[in-house]
Ligand binder design. Sequence first.
Ligand code: CP3
Length: 344
Amino acid sequence: MATNDLLLRAALGQRTERTPVWLMRQAGRILKEYRAVRERAGDFRTLVTTPEMAAEVTLQPVDLLGVDAAIIFSDILVVPDAMGLPYVMDEGKGPRFPRTVRSMAELATLRTPDVADDLSYVAEAIRLTKDGLGGRVPLIGFAGAPWTIFCYMTEGQGSKTFSMARRSLFADPAFAHALMDRITTTTIAYLRLQVEAGADLVQVFDSWAGVMDRATYREFAIPCLRRICEAITEVPVTVFAKDAWFALADIAALPCATIGLDWTQEPQWVRSITGPEKTLQGNLDPCVLYADRAVIARETARMLDAFGPQRHIANLGHGVHPDTPVDHVRRFIDSVKDHQHRPA
Ligand code: CP3
């Protein structure tokens, strides 16, 4: 079996014959094969904590869609879970934490997990997935960024504004720094565990970066991201800070290989801020995949031309919507693979 290392070469800034492609949330509800395993599992937590099933759904998009990377099936919420805040996944509504952490006193009740033990199911899923891949494509590990995890731990559920999380940054900054610090320490241990188990690249998802302002992001989030990037030296690190156009210069100054972009961040404009040394990942609007085949091909080509042929990993600007038709997802992937870059 030929090995496809396009993703790793692109992340490391080495030449690629074509742009690699994968999709955020590719292991999920777009595939009927995923929904079948999910049904067999019964609930989300069982799927996440059963390595055989997690590995099975991780491999599905590689076999069924032809993506250039697998991403381990798990969730960012396994970290707060291991720290002593169990999540509940309400069907159709998203995650919820019955218990929250909003003060130093509550922070003191958190545990410092032994990730090799508490999150051994993720390491085992990675090992099984690597066996199943047999080197066909790289495997991406991931974690939530400390700020996004902080949002869920303080707020207790999803929110449009995360005002409870933001409130604590200003009302009790000592607590906010302390909780961010605790999350960062566990996240580093957790990402190291994934790398030891076989993850070839890791992505840090800061899904709620966009609710902060630049100065606050600089004070609270960037130092934690720096600690993570500096701790993970064996594999490339991708930082995806959604809606955080204001933080791009600060993220570009981190020792990460790749920067993930959402669809609002225009490639050439981003390049002018980050300089030539970073690989960029993204950033088609996931809603383009609801359009017909011609529009998907046209918009994908436009995106690829805007990024150029090197130092780019094609992806969506956020997770693929669960009700996207699978043949439209395939059209996106094939459009990337077939694209002919115009000679410079
Ligand atoms: O294919 C992949 O990308 C790997 C799997 C993956 C999941 N969650 C599985 C999942 C990844 C990378 C995540 C990350 C994640 N989880 C993020 C960061 C990325 C982002 O989307 O911004 C966040 C914020 C979460 C928290 C979370 N988990 C939410 C808000 C939800 C509910 C929304 C939804 O899509 O239903 C989840 C549940 C979840 N995580 C599902 C999947 C496939 C759907 C649940 C199901 O299958 O029943």
